[in-house]
Design a protein around this ligand. Structure first.
Ligand SMILES: Nc1ncnc2c1ncn2[C@@H]1O[C@H](COP(=O)(O)OP(=O)(O)OP(=O)(O)O)[C@@H](O)[C@H]1O
Ligand SMILES: [Mg+2]
Length: 352
């Protein structure tokens, strides 16, 4: 549905050129919710604004629904933009217009008459749960309600794509959840493709199918969200994931771990990652039954993305060298991720 190829954007400020995007290539499939996460200044807003040409890229091409919109003239671009709705962090509502009139605005611009506009707006306000508010002004609404108006307005022209620039960043956690639920609903019911940018990993986890991580104007990592959450590669990705789930060895164990064998009776610290059914299988019980070793759980968590459970366990294994090697080989043969974090001297009492 959306294909970006080698998108570059350099701003020219008084202090010189600012390269905000340095070659971004990505593709978003029809019906997908695609998240782009990055720290402040990474280039997220610039990138999402390039998708509807609010910002003209300095290089590269943008295809939306099979059309190369980088080469359109103003008239054709205005037409193409109807396929692309957008919502903003600060809602950007017109304060002198009522809720109804805000949602009607893009339809008025498109030249439709009142009789055509009224049922469309009424239906959209019902869809976003604001049927009762149509005569109120933005100043009379809560943040969540304002964003619902923003969403209804973005849907007025029946777009195929919805772009969301930090759409929940100004909202409290509860309201954020309800707006994300609404986005999920319209994604399903209207088969709308959604691209959202955020600096919050929980937003990505809540609703995205795919995620791309941006840093310094490029994408440093991207993939299906279960893959990114369970096997993050780049340090920045790991940092983002750590904000919602601990992937690292808890602080109190860190100082005690060596990267190489300290001695033959070292205990080994491993991290197991589970996805899907293995998360519920008794891996540790099996391990201890099969091999003459002990396993202590130092840290564990299980989480869910969509309907898939996944988790991390950090274990300290102790026992004779040969038995531990066999145990590690057994774990490696199982359908789970295993990583040796390091070693601690045996009998140190670090286990819990
Ligand atoms: N109009 C502009 N003129 C000059 N530089 C700009 C302009 N807009 C953005 N930049 C610069 O481009 C870079 C990327 O900015 P952008 O707004 O895309 O980042 P962002 O990832 O959306 O950040 P945030 O999370 O803070 O919204 C930054 O270094 C920013 O200062
Ligand atoms: Mg931004």
């Amino acid at each position: 549905m959306i294909q970006l190829d080698g998108i570059a954007k350099t701003y020219h400020s008084q202090s010189g050129p600012v390269p905000a995007l340095r070659g971004v290539t990505l593709s978003v499939k029809e019906g997908e919710i695609f998240g782009i996460i990055g720290k402040s200044g990474a280039g997220k807003s610039t990138l999402i604004r390039c998708i509807n040409m609010l910002e003209r890229p300095s290089g590269g091409t943008v295809m939306v629904d099979g059309q190369n919109i980088t080469e359109l003239n103003e008239t054709d671009l205005r037409k193409a933009r109807k396929k692309i709705g957008m919502i903003f962090q600060h809602f950007n509502l017109l304060s002198s217009r009522t809720v109804f009139q805000n949602v009607a605005f893009p339809l008025e611009l498109a030249g439709y008459d009142k009789a055509h506009i009224r049922p469309i707006v009424t239906r959209l306000l019902a869809l976003v749960g604001l049927a009762e508010k149509h005569d109120q002004y933005p100043s009379q609404l809560s943040g969540g309600q304002k964003q619902r108006v923003g969403i209804a307005r973005a849907l007025a022209n029946q777009p195929k794509v919805l772009l969301c620039d930090e759409a929940t960043s100004a909202l409290d956690p509860q309201t954020t959840k309800s707006i994300l639920e609404l986005l999920k609903t319209i994604n399903k019911e209207l088969k709308l493709t959604i691209v959202l940018i955020t600096h919050e990993m929980h937003v990505i986890k809540e609703i995205c199918d795919q995620v791309a991580v941006m840093e310094n104007g490029i994408i440093i990592e991207q993939g299906a969200i279960l893959d990114i959450f369970t096997k993050p590669q780049a340090p920045t990705t790991r940092e983002f994931i750590a904000t919602i789930m601990n992937h690292d060895l808890p602080e109190r164990f860190r100082h005690a771990v060596y990267s190489a064998h300290a001695s033959d009776n070292s205990n080994v610290i491993i991290r197991l990652s589970f996805i899907g059914v293995t998360a519920e299988e008794p891996v540790i019980a099996g391990l201890i039954r099969r091999f003459d070793i002990d396993a202590s759980i130092l840290y564990g968590n299980i989480d869910h993305i969509k309907d898939t459970s996944f988790g991390t366990l950090i274990l300290e294994l102790s026992g004779r060298q040969a038995a531990m090697n066999n145990a590690l080989n057994y774990l490696k043969s199982q359908d789970l991720g295993i990583e040796v974090i390091g070693y601690v001297p045996g009998h140190t009492g670090t286990t819990v």
